[in-house]
Design a protein around this ligand. Structure first.
Ligand SMILES: C[S@@+](CC[C@H](N)C(=O)[O-])C[C@H]1O[C@@H](n2cnc3c(N)ncnc32)[C@H](O)[C@@H]1O
Length: 281
């Protein structure tokens, strides 16, 4: 089993710099569950530092966040997500620590590609109550936008160079973000429930552009953390420093042309697979 989110410093970076799922996506998931199930109990599998768990918490009687990484679970449990109806537990996705038929919603946000997908889906079928829902979602890399909404190509290119060139040999699994989306989409054929839907067009995550956010997100990637583990912190720092310098040059150039860089944004595509366990006869 791949383990790539184990350090507490990594978990801290993850909590600080990774985006949370879009509110519209969460609203749609809740609406979909309500059609066949009460919102009593949800399990957020691969919860990481609790981004997604936190969004579910106000809507359910109780939410359990599980993750294989003790560091991620400690980070989540230490955040304001904990308390109320939310608990966290270290557990593999392939062994969800709840009784058969006891859950109305299972979510897997930005993590399905890490799991043993067959075993996870069998486990989801075990824990879901009749009429319960499995929702799997994630996002692609951001694209930067100038204040007039056009793509900020120079920044996109620098970002992609880090992702696909400098970190190419360090991703713990041989995958690119597009492959992660395909891996998620493939689950449509692996789930036997008759009611199933895939949507890669409706949801986007938007944040104001910030150089610190971009560099922090890079440092939170498993590929960056593997580079540091393999070659040392100095190499990681050097990559971040060079990326900062290149991005600063692009930003300064934009400012010299009168562009209001403070109004730039980052936008990324999000996608969602949902399926409903048939209600009891
Ligand atoms: C990219 S993070 C996603 C965190 C969070 N759900 C989010 O929305 O950002 C992937 C998480 O999956 C966890 N993970 C990887 N393999 C796992 C497994 N087999 N069982 C449970 N969690 C796993 C990692 O520890 C990590 O916290």
């Amino acid at each position: 089993m791949l383990r790539a989110f184990e350090g507490s410093q990594h978990a801290r970076l993850y909590a600080q710099f990774r985006p949370e799922p879009p509110a519209a996506l969460i609203a749609h998931v809740l609406q979909y569950v309500r059609r066949s199930s009460p919102l009593h109990r949800a399990v957020d599998v691969g919860c990481g530092s609790g981004q997604n768990t936190r969004l579910l918490a106000p809507h359910f009687g109780s939410v359990l966040g599980t993750d294989i990484s003790p560091a991620q679970v400690a980070e989540a449990a230490g955040s304001s997500t904990s308390g109320g109806g939310v608990t966290y537990q270290v557990a593999p996705a392939e062994e969800i620590p709840v009784p058969d038929g006891s859950v109305n919603l299972v979510t897997a946000s930005v993590c399905f590609h890490w799991f043993d997908r067959e075993r996870f889906l069998a486990e989801v079928d075990r824990v879901l109550a009749p009429g319960g829902v499995i929702a799997i979602y994630s996002y692609n890399e951001p694209s930067f936008r100038l204040p007039d909404g056009t793509v900020w190509t120079e920044l996109d290119d620098i970002f992609k160079e880090v992702l696909y060139v400098h970190l190419a040999d360090h991703w713990p699994m041989p995958t690119l973000l597009g492959d992660i989306m395909s891996k998620t989409h493939e689950a449509e054929a692996m789930i036997s429930y008759p009611e199933i839907q895939w949507d890669e067009e409706s949801y986007f995550i938007e944040r104001p552009f910030s150089l610190e956010l971009v560099l922090g997100e890079i440092a939170s990637w498993s590929g960056y953390q593997e580079l540091v583990a393999a070659r040392g912190a100095a190499d990681g720092d050097s990559l971040l420093r060079r990326t900062r310098e290149k991005m600063c040059a692009v930003i300064n150039d934009a400012q010299s042309r009168g562009i209001d860089v403070a109004s730039a944004t980052e936008r990324r595509q999000s996608y969602l697979l949902m399926a409903r366990k048939p209600a009891a006869e």
